[in-house]
Structure formats: structure tokens, C-alpha cells
Design a binder for this molecule. Structure first.
Ligand SMILES: *Cc1c(COP(=O)(O)O)cnc(C)c1O
Length: 354
């Protein structure tokens, strides 16, 4: 039976990308050596890193003056690197959920943190609007997609100060205006590659403004000066990211990824809204196109586990919700074909009939 993997992360990748990675692990380019066995400074690896950097710039239309990094550490490391490198006195944070709160917690170690707005009052089921950003803040930090609570900023905000964004779970899912940001970062394991890798797109002129000393390994400038080779980066995940970005380009780029995301979201949310047995947890206009959260409608709660089992019996796997929301979460990243979402919607409809 064909399986559709709705895991939130590490998550589904296009089959071609998994196969290209598997093949490179066994024998890279007919060299008789595994890609895992090659030096990160070798003549074979350099073109991989160069092309990966260039492709991310091309796909996201990154303007001049920005550099792309592929380093270890995950998004959580950037929660600390961002204030280390950009927070001089004061930073503004938009609190839209677990990851935003964690980012804010780290920033407080470095200076004044202003929480410009929070949706904690309604279990992070919406994105706050019309909040004020202090004009003297060094940056405004946002989480573009809230992987756990299933809400998303569907366009780049207007901010009086440069923005910094955690785009772990919606990078490459839509076009973005990179010029509005000093830094965009994330973990690779949602929409780019397997785990172990993080990415950052950094505006070079925004660096060098803090007064503190920065340890080399946490200094964006040091990583830029060394072309992501300050220390050994996760070489195999960088190769997977490259294969995935080639796939995105071949499919029609981020414009096409956005069209598909909208199509998947439309199918799933309309079934959730139509079916009396289920309801969505996030507010209409702020609903994520990437992580679609829903629960059993009141009165049907005891059927929750039964539905997870039923969906799995038809090939729809890993839809159990995050422990802080409960219910279900269907993560629909770039690799999720529309057929997977149609099948899940069909499972919901057939389950209600039964
Ligand atoms: C998964 C996730 C993180 C955490 O990523 P790590 O790579 O595990 O540190 C941070 N932010 C968002 C939005 C995420 O989805």
C-alpha cells in the first residue's frame, strides 16, 4: 500500500530526492566512494555547496548583499545566534507559539525584549494584528509558520525596523521579500532536507553592530567569511537540500509550491469545515497551509484514536497532533502530493459515514 507521510519533521521528502541521497551514500558520482566519506573541503564537495547556496538565492530571489549559510545546530541554535549577533539594546518579538516563545527566552539573555503582541490568550490559534513595534528596536522577530499551532503569516509584514524570521517550516513554500529581513533562518528538517542541518540568509550590512564579543562558532560573520566551512558542516544533508532545491526548481519554483500548498489546504480545510465530526483549531485567515491542525468535534472526542488507526489502515500515516494541541496535525510540506491530501479528506468523510 502506498503511504502518505504527514509527519511534522523530520518529514516527507520527494521520492527522487530520497533516492538521489541513497545513491550518493552508496557511490557518489561513480567515484566508488560514499559522499559520507568525502572531505567537506574536497573538490567533489565544493560544487555541491556552491550550487546549494546559489539555488537558494535563485529560488527566493535573494538580493545582493545577502549571504546564504548551511551549518549544523538546528533552528534552536539560531534562537541564540540571532540576539548574539543582532541585539544591541532592544529587540521586538511577536509571540505566536512555542517556537516564538523559545526564541524570545534566549533573546532575554542579551538585552531588552519587547513582546509586541501575543496570541497566548486563545491558545495561539491566531496571528495578532495591528500591534506597535518600537522604532528603536534592533529588529522584529517573527515565526512565519507556527508548526505546532498551525497558524501562518501568509505575507511578509510591514515593519518600521528590519525583521528576522524563523522560517523553519515554510521556507520555499512561497515567494518572500527577502529585502525586509536582516536574517531568515530555520532547521532543514521540515521543508528542505533531513535533520542535522540549518540554513540562514543573512544581510551582511546588518552584522557588526553589537558591542559584545561573539564566540566564533556563533558568529554569522565568521561563517560567512568561511563560506559555511568554518567547521565541518553536515555534508550529506547539504547534498539532500541541493537535490530538493533542484526538484523545487524543476517543478516550477516557489510560485508553483505556493499554488500546490493552497490547493492542498483548500481540500483539507473544506473537508474539516464541512464534516460535522471534525473542527479546525486555527482562525480562518491565519490557518497554516503547511501544518493543518484539527480535532474531533465536541461529543466525538473518544473516536480520536480510532480515526488515527483508520487513516493509517488506508496509508495516511503520522497525523497525530502535537501533545500541546492534541487531535490531529496533517503536515503538508512541498513534497506532499495532492493525492495524499485527497485521500486524507476521503478518510474523514468515510469515517464519518461509518
Ligand atoms: C521545528 C522547529 C524549530 C526547532 O528546530 P530544531 O532544528 O529542532 O532546533 C524551530 N522553529 C520552528 C518554527 C520549527 O518548526
Amino acid at each position: 500500500m502506498k503511504k502518505y507521510n504527514f509527519n511534522a519533521g523530520p518529514s516527507m521528502l520527494p521520492r527522487e530526492v530520497v533516492e538521489a541521497t541513497a545513491s550518493a551514500v552508496l557511490d557518489y558520482n561513480g567515484m566508488g566512494l560514499s559522499l559520507m566519506e568525502l572531505s567537506h573541503r574536497s573538490a567533489e564537495f565544493k560544487p555541491i555547496l556552491d550550487e546549494a547556496r546559489a539555488l537558494l538565492k535563485e529560488l527566493l530571489d535573494v538580493p545582493q548583499g545577502y549571504e546564504v549559510l548551511f551549518i549544523g545546530g538546528g533552528a534552536s541554535m539560531h534562537f541564540c545566534m540571532v540576539p548574539f549577533n543582532f541585539l544591541n539594546r532592544k529587540a521586538a518579538y511577536l509571540n505566536t507559539g512555542t517556537w516564538a516563545s523559545k526564541a524570545m527566552k534566549e533573546a532575554k539573555l542579551f538585552g531588552e525584549v519587547v513582546e509586541v503582541a501575543s496570541s497566548a490568550d486563545k491558545k495561539f490559534s491566531y496571528i495578532p494584528k495591528n500591534f506597535e513595534v518600537p522604532a528603536d528596536a534592533d529588529y522584529l522577530h517573527v515565526t512565519s509558520n507556527n508548526t505546532i499551532y498551525g497558524t501562518q503569516l501568509h505575507s511578509d509584514l510591514d515593519s518600521p525596523v528590519p525583521m528576522i524570521a524563523d522560517m523553519s517550516s515554510d521556507i520555499l513554500s512561497r515567494p518572500i521579500d527577502v529585502s525586509k529581513y536582516s536574517c531568515i533562518y530555520g532547521g532543514a528538517q521540515k521543508n528542505l532536507a533531513q535533520s542535522g542541518l540549518s540554513f540562514a540568509i543573512v544581510k551582511e550590512s546588518a552584522l557588526g553592530k553589537v558591542e559584545r564579543a561573539i564566540p566564533s562558532i556563533l558568529d554569522y560573520g565568521v561563517h560567512i567569511a568561511n563560506g559555511s566551512l568554518f567547521n565541518t558542516p553536515p555534508t550529506l544533508p547539504i547534498y539532500t537540500a541541493l537535490c530538493n532545491m533542484r526538484w523545487v526548481k524543476q517543478q516550477g519554483g516557489v510560485v508553483e509550491m505556493e499554488r500546490r500548498a493552497l490547493q492542498r489546504a483548500e481540500i483539507l480545510y473544506s473537508e474539516i469545515d464541512r464534516n460535522p465530526m471534525f473542527c479546525a483549531t486555527a482562525d480562518g485567515e491565519d490557518r497554516s497551509y503547511m501544518n493543518i491542525d484539527f480535532v474531533m468535534a465536541p461529543g466525538y472526542e473518544i473516536l480520536e484514536e480510532k480515526f488515527v488507526e483508520y487513516a493509517a489502515s488506508r496509508g495516511v500515516v503520522a497525523i497525530k497532533g502535537h501533545r500541546s494541541v492534541g487531535g490531529f496535525r496533517a503536515s503538508c510540506y512541498n513534497a506532499m502530493p495532492v493525492e495524499g491530501v485527497r485521500l486524507l479528506a476521503e478518510c474523514m468523510s468515510d469515517f464519518a459515514k461509518r
